[in-house]
Design a protein around this ligand. Structure first.
Ligand code: SF4
Ligand code: SF4
Length: 188
């Protein structure tokens, strides 16, 4: 990653460490590269990462997930370990969007519940997001109101039930919209 994301300074020492999640979940629609949401970029090779690293578009150079900016997130929040990505695009709107890529033990950890509870307590909006089927746009829902009672009672178990219910609700009720973007690349 580079240090050229405008307006944000990544925390020193944080890095992608083999994660390529945003080369899959993020849609890209710039002149030199187009790819649909939740579809792996043609230039992302397993175990190798970006094969056009030197000429990758600015949108890739400047993208950092929230792990790079939030001091309060420990190493176990790294997307590769946790299976969750904090969407930095939404952080400026007093909302934290947590993209849940896969189920992991981290989702039922005290660390996860404690941090989400602290954000809710602080009046920060918290959204859960899911990617849905390949090539489809993501879906998200705000969970603050669902969590309020459990957060006030500091009831981690009840919070975890809300997490599980929210993820299932998105997965089972959302009508996923296909991203009509077609893969296209001028990069070599
Ligand atoms: S999701 Fe975060 S850690 Fe993973 S590749 Fe993207 S910026 Fe790096
Ligand atoms: S061009 Fe490279 S950095 Fe950008 S999405 Fe594709 S593989 Fe990832």
């Amino acid at each position: 990653m580079d240090d050229d994301k405008i307006g944000w300074v990544p925390i020193e020492g944080r890095n992608c460490a083999g994660c390529t999640a945003c080369c899959t979940f993020a849609p890209i629609r710039v002149p030199e590269l187009k790819k649909p949401a939740n579809a792996t970029c043609l230039h992302c090779a397993e175990g190798q990462g970006c094969t056009v690293y030197q000429v990758r578009p600015q949108v890739c150079r400047g993208f950092y997930c929230g792990y790079f900016f939030l001091e309060e997130l420990g190493p176990n929040w790294h997307p590769e370990q946790s299976g969750v990505v904090i969407r930095s695009e939404a952080m400026e709107n007093d909302t934290i969007t947590i993209l849940i890529l896969r189920f992991s033990e981290f989702l039922v950890s005290e660390d996860f519940a404690g941090m989400v509870g602290a954000w809710v307590d602080a009046g920060i909006g918290v959204e859960f997001e899911r990617v849905g089927p390949e090539g489809h746009l993501p879906a998200k829902m705000r969970i603050n109101e669902l969590l309020e009672d459990a957060v006030v009672a500091r009831d981690l178990r009840e919070m975890q039930k809300v997490f599980a219910w929210s993820v299932a609700y998105i997965d089972q009720t959302h009508t996923w919209e296909r991203d009509e973007t077609v893969f296209e690349s001028a990069l070599v």
